[in-house]
Design a protein around this ligand. Structure first.
Ligand SMILES: *Cc1c(COP(=O)(O)O)cnc(C)c1O
Ligand SMILES: [Zn+2]
Length: 413
């Protein structure tokens, strides 16, 4: 466990004590999503990076000493984290870079990286004796919350846009969540959820709004560092909707750097869908987060569809502080990336996650990544979450009569 010593606003740079504010910066409003910071010199004196090697815990709780939890709080039992990292020379060759890895976070218990945030939020909800946790979500955050909460018997109330993919809604219902299918956008669902949480004293997991979602997600960076023997890739490519994952990835490397365990942070490249590219635009025009205006988001990659990214301030900070970039890719490129990534690596990713492959290609072509560099693609969600889109990219199989001659004939075509 680690004690949060301040919550800092990336917009106005004000600091708050953790007991002083629950969600966002009171001075800036919701654009001021907060970053949880620790007493790094004290942690540095207590902890040893190489001691993790002998830690027998095989989940994100391995990094409990760097998470905002009390010493003996109960932890949800689902195994979140400890996802595989594969080095894939064929992926490197396809991208035209020196080395490439893919980290398959679709192997989390509910099929996405969001489990990391939800596990921490559920642990904190239990510490604070909250009886209900609620979230708005395009699908995966809700599934993650419902799944982790089910493992400890905690009640969840979920707000999703009625247009969320069926498989994702089914997942919520299976876990026993109370599901409100809001007949409007994610943004509207988000505001409704927060208002209900305030009025009913439910704990609100809303992405970005709750400062601790990124604290859970940061464990992916700790894992990457440990799995690579603390020698980090030059570039990490992350798909971006609300910007909370890229903020969490940044926060993980930031912590490790503050602790003196890594010499520098990898450059972070955020990939957005062309129809939902508010952060690409803000980065290109050098806007401040509070200057960004909502756009009409339109993409088949539902997990990265966001009109006004909720964690825009921290997402811009993540890319700017690491000398990274934002790139946009079309829906066509995203759909094609699903089988491309799967065939190069064996990792089947949902559209929003496969987008990193298209984004990495783009970044190499536009010289944001040099051919001598090493690149890690973060696969954030499992392809089985949205099989319909994958089918669009690959068509159907070969239909054959049940005899060998017909099979041989079909194979020749
Ligand atoms: C949520 C999600 C993203 C984007 O994360 P943000 O924090 O919204 O930027 C990307 N891929 C998958 C699979 C997701 O579920
Ligand atoms: Zn502020």
């Amino acid at each position: 466990m680690a004690t949060v010593c301040e919550l800092r606003c990336p917009v106005c740079d004000r600091s708050y004590r953790p007991e002083e504010v629950m969600y966002f910066c009171p001075a800036c409003g919701q654009v001021g999503t907060l970053m949880a910071l620790y007493d790094y010199p004290a942690l540095k004196a207590q902890l040893d990076r190489d001691a993790f090697q002998s830690n027998p815990v095989r989940s994100m709780w391995r990094y409990r000493s760097l998470l905002p939890l009390q010493p003996d709080s109960p932890l949800p039992p689902l195994r979140v984290g400890d996802t595989p990292l594969y080095e894939t020379p064929r992926l490197a060759a396809a991208l035209g870079v020196a080395r490439a890895w893919v980290k398959d976070d679709g192997q989390n218990p509910t099929g996405s990286l969001k489990d990391r945030a939800s596990a921490l939020i559920v642990a904190r909800a239990q510490e604070q004796k909250m009886s209900v946790v609620s979230t708005a979500s395009t699908g995966n955050a809700a599934a993650a919350l419902a799944g982790v909460a089910a493992s400890v018997g905690l009640r969840t109330i979920i707000f999703v846009p009625a247009t969320a993919p069926e498989a994702k809604i089914a997942q919520l219902l299976v876990y026993g969540a109370t599901v409100l299918l809001v007949e409007d956008t994610y943004d509207v669902a988000f505001d409704l959820c927060y208002t209900m949480c305030e009025q009913e004293s439910w704990y609100c997991r809303n992405t970005g709004l709750n400062p601790y979602t990124a604290e859970g997600k940061k464990t992916v960076s700790y894992e990457i560092a440990e799995q690579l023997g603390w020698r980090l890739p030059d570039v990490v490519v992350v798909s971006v909707g609300d910007g909370n994952i890229i903020a969490g990835v940044y926060k993980g490397f930031y912590d490790l750097h503050q602790l003196g365990w890594i010499p520098r942070l990898p450059r972070l490249i955020g990939v957005q869908a062309a129809g939902s590219a508010a952060l690409v635009d803000a980065w290109q025009r050098d806007l401040r987060p509070e200057q960004m205006q909502p756009i009409e988001a339109q993409t088949i990659a539902d997990s990265i569809s966001a009109g006004l990214p909720r964690d825009r301030a921290k997402a811009l900070q993540a890319v700017r502080q690491t000398g990274g970039a934002f790139v946009a890719v079309s829906d066509d490129e995203i759909v094609r990336a699903i089988p491309q990534l799967a065939r190069l690596t064996g990792v089947f990713a949902e559209p929003a996650a496969a987008a990193v492959f298209a984004g990495a290609q783009r970044a190499v072509q536009s010289m944001m990544i040099d051919i001598h560099e090493s690149v890690l693609l973060l696969a954030t969600g499992n392809g089985l979450k949205d099989v319909r889109r994958a089918q669009q990219a690959v068509g159907s199989g070969l239909r054959v009569q049940p005899d060998l001659a017909a099979i041989r004939k079909a194979l020749k075509q």
